[in-house]
Ligand binder design. Sequence first.
Ligand SMILES: [Zn+2]
Length: 165
Amino acid sequence: MPTTDDDLRHMRRAIALAREGDSAPGGNPIGCVIVLDGRVVGEGHNEVDRRLDPTAHAEIVAIRRACEALGDTDLRRATLYATLQPCGMCSMASIWARIGRIVYGAGRGDVHRMYFEGRHLDTVDFIVDAFRDDLPVTGGVLAAECAALYHRPGEAVPAEEQTNL
Ligand SMILES: [Zn+2]
């Protein structure tokens, strides 16, 4: 699915949220926006450390807020924008929330491997293997700007900052 001006606008909002997350106590620089009919219905940044909740990824935070705002768990007409390619948990959560489309900025190859749990599976594999075959994924939107939020591939990241290794 081609990138639109709306995609760029919503990704810029996700980047702003990621920056907010980076500067918030216990926040992390991953942002997510959920858009339905051109309107933001849920957004957030990673709050894992603030909430002491390993599931509080930006996408999960935004999905929860969108469902609360809409009074509905069915987000099938909504698009999820994330600054970083969704992990397996968030890919699955998107499937269960019936998200209609996923758009992400930086991909796995653009960032340090500590951001991803699996070495051989990625978002697309989860989606292909799930019961949904109607969830288009567009990656690489404002990829350089998004990747600048994260440690680079192969970067010597201090051990205490390496969350998954
Ligand atoms: Zn995630």
